[in-house]
Design a binder for this molecule. Sequence first.
Ligand code: PLP
Length: 483
Amino acid sequence: MMQFISNKGGGSPVDFETAILDGFAVDGGLYVPTHLPKISKEQLIAWKGLGYIDLAFEILSLFIDRSVISETELKEVLRKAYAPFEKDEVIPLHKLKSKKDTYIMELFYGPTISFKDVGLAFLVNLVDFFLKRKNEFKTIIVATTGDTGPATAHFSAGKSNLSAWVLYPKGLITEEQERQMTTLPHANIHPVGVSNCPDGCDDLDLVIAKLYANLPFKDKVHLSSVNSINWGRIMMQTVHYFYGYLQVVDTIGKKINMSVPSGAFGNLCAGGLARKMGLPVDTFVVANNTNACLHGIFSKGIFEKKPIIETPSSAIDILIPYNFWRFLYFCIDEDATKIKAWSDEFIATGKVTFDAKTHASYAEGFKSASMSDEQTLDIIKHIYETENYLLDPHGAVAVAALEVLKDYLGDKKMICLATAHPAKFPEVTKAALELKTMPDAGKHDSIEKAKTQCEKVYLCDHSHLEEALLNVMEADWDLKHTN
Ligand SMILES: Cc1ncc(COP(=O)(O)O)c(C=O)c1O
């Protein structure tokens, strides 16, 4: 039976359902499976040709025991999750004309047009399935750099067993992203715009960690999270790596490269785990903007918190890539004691320098790069002008990194992950293209529609966020659950 434990070693093993519904492990660590399933070449050959949902079913079944959810139920959750996606393929691949063997994995055809839809469509529907079955209620809370919030809100909207609180750093996400959260009329969705966050979204994550640590409060409101602290997000995100690989290779077993715009390292943690499970990837490009914590971790072996810089790819303006701790656990013989010691050191000093052996153990097969604003904007313009294809600023970071690393990467097939639709970032897009209005390729009906809806939002200053949330979330709980 597959069980889940904390990567910091505290608490007892739990089953899949508990890991999903709790979010964080009891000691504040991140849940990891007790073992990673291994996928053989024969298995990959058998999977070639499967559609996204059928492939997802096969991969998820390796992590989820049938006693937790039956075959029919899991298929139904998957069907329901991906029904609102615009494309039958769910995540189509687009081949660039001007770069040899380079594909864009378009992860933005969900309802809130970012890759967060891909993980959250499944996770929120799964949480809802478990809660309905137990006849229980959960308060979920997430912090967002602009994409997790809209996706969480969208998939939670109207679900009677869930109340969703979505916190965003006001002024540091685009108006379009903000409206995706604030224009939902549903009574169970509570966007919270937080002013004066000196460290952006990372400040909000810290407040969430404090709410979790407040056990009487956590237990009272049945607090959980669907941020990428939740194992369900990482597990679901392994699927798109397998899917992309199977779409582009002619011969199974042949290695390819993949480039991933990265912030909290949730997406790439899933990629790294997919490779440990058996996916033939030679190099993962860790594509950072100038908030380059991951670049420091991979290139120098130093995990260090630096001040935030505002960039055109604002959704990856993240200072602490917390999912790195989850990936590292699998690289150091699952030694939770070390993870706990390093993360305590990081909390105390803001910096950890890894020894050479540890650095080598996690950095193998990764190559990092930090892209400047100029490089990001230039590649948007270049790809648009040469082949009439519009990248969003995050996909652009992934593609720009290829230019810088081209000698290192050689001539293997390459998949770049495009994690959002440009319609979420009109100002950056127009600036990159030096245009006054957005071209049609950069528009999306859902964004246009949100411009004409009423907004409903809590506003709060960061200095008193924790106390304010304790009050308002408890009041919301009492309102629903007294009588
Ligand atoms: C558009 C976009 N691209 C990339 C990322 C980075 O993903 P991760 O935080 O999992 O590294 C995010 C989220 O933070 C995002 O919203």
